[in-house]
Design a protein around this ligand. Structure first.
Ligand SMILES: *Cc1c(COP(=O)(O)O)cnc(C)c1O
Length: 384
């Protein structure tokens, strides 16, 4: 059996090596390292793929979130609601901009932000909601957009984990994750579903004025050379990363299929296992469906409900099976984000999930033999 990797970047590289190597060496020859034609071409191709009017490439997914919030003109003291169960980048940029993060609980089935919890947390100071499409599946955008409309709030989608996912709204219409709210952001970190070979990110919006504002913000607040109209940042995608992304974008749907296929094999093997709860795919109309394209499985995350999660992590490590715990500590319990306003009773689900979740190897190069070995090992240990 091939050695099992959590994410098999090299295995995937081997399948696109010639094209990537030759386009990188073209860039070295032309020396158009920054804002070159490759970056513009990638921007257009991603706009077409996502069916969104504007893609603004930038340096990474954390910058993308920060720039989105700057572009919307959020001001110190504005409250921004986001999920307690996510990667810290989301809350970090809220705090950096001196906005007030309001962390709320998530749903047990989907790991995504709880609509009831958002509703309970809206105050006159609330200005935005940041749903994170965690592990590759959209949050309940119909309900979030309805709340946003009712209370006049911006919706900023953190789409770092769900690029390529479809969201099917209540009317049966499909939209790409990240293009539904006022603005969306993503990351091209190497291990993300569409990853480059360094850092990269992008912002998406259908709003022409907002896109114009943001194109200036990413470039030192310049709309005309050496005229600085607003305080900006320096956040660029470089040409070498853009050329890698151009090679991989046409393969993204196939990559998503491969991930879903691996997820299906995992879930089939765990069927009927007591103490192991497999991830649920929600067809966003409230129906739970077997094989829709609404989930792109950035992570395949189980809940181990008999208290053996930590022991399982150890056992998998001993069995040469890498795994991850995303995320082991709720954000509201992190030193940097503690706040007297938070009450433990408001986070029953996150407090439970951090003790139960475990993510198994998930990438485009997993084979049958590896998946069988992983599932046999997990089942043998948890129910052994
Ligand atoms: C990866 C990630 C980010 C940050 O992306 P970087 O490119 O690493 O800055 C933000 N939010 C979520 C949910 C992520 O998974």
């Amino acid at each position: 059996m091939r050695k099992i990797q959590m994410v098999d970047l090299n295995g995937q590289y081997q399948t696109i090596k010639e094209q990537v190597n030759s386009s990188i060496s073209n860039i070295l020859e032309t020396s158009a390292f920054i804002n070159g034609p490759e970056v513009h071409a990638f921007q257009k191709e991603l706009e077409d793929y996502l069916e969104v009017k504007h893609v603004i490439p930038c340096a990474n997914g954390t910058d993308a979130l920060q720039i989105a919030m700057m572009g919307l003109g959020l001001k110190p003291g504005d409250e921004v609601i986001t999920a307690d169960f996510t990667f810290a980048a989301t809350v970090e940029v809220i705090a950096l901009l001196q906005l007030t993060p309001v962390l709320v609980d998530v749903d047990r089935d989907t790991f995504n932000i709880s609509i009831a919890a958002i509703e309970k947390s809206i105050t006159p100071k609330t200005k935005a909601i940041v749903p994170v499409h965690l592990f590759g599946q959209c949050a309940n955008m119909d309900a979030i957009m309805a709340l946003a409309e009712k209370h006049d709030l911006f919706v900023i989608e953190d789409n770092a984990q769900a690029i390529g996912a479809d969201y099917k709204n209540g009317k049966g219409m499909k939209q790409k994750a990240g293009t539904i709210g006022r603005i969306g952001s993503t990351s091209f970190f190497p291990s993300k579903n569409l990853g480059c070979y360094g850092d990269g990110g992008a912002i998406f919006t259908n709003d022409d004025d907002l896109a114009h504002t943001i194109r200036g913000i990413v470039n030192h607040g310049m709309y005309e050379r050496y005229h600085h109209d607003v305080v900006g940042v320096n956040s660029r995608l470089d040409s070498i990363q853009a050329t890698v992304l151009r090679a991989k974008l046409p393969l993204l749907d196939g990559y998503c299929d491969a991930r879903r296929e691996a997820a299906r094999k995992y879930s089939k093997a765990f069927e009927g296992q007591e103490n192991i709860v497999v991830p649920v795919t929600v067809n966003n109309c409230g129906e739970i469906c077997e094989s829709c394209d609404c989930h792109v499985f950035h992570q395949y995350t189980l809940r181990i409900t008999n208290g053996k999660r930590d022991a399982l992590v150890q056992h998998l490590n001993d069995s040469q099976i890498p795994c991850g715990v995303y995320y082991p500590i709720p954000l509201h319990s992190q030193k940097a984000y503690e706040d007297d306003r938070y009450n433990e009773d408001d986070f029953p689900v996150t407090n439970q999930l951090v003790k139960e979740v475990i993510s198994l190897p998930m990438h485009t190069e997993l084979d049958h033999e590896q998946i069988d070995y992983i599932t046999d090992t997990v089942i043998g240990f948890v129910n052994g």
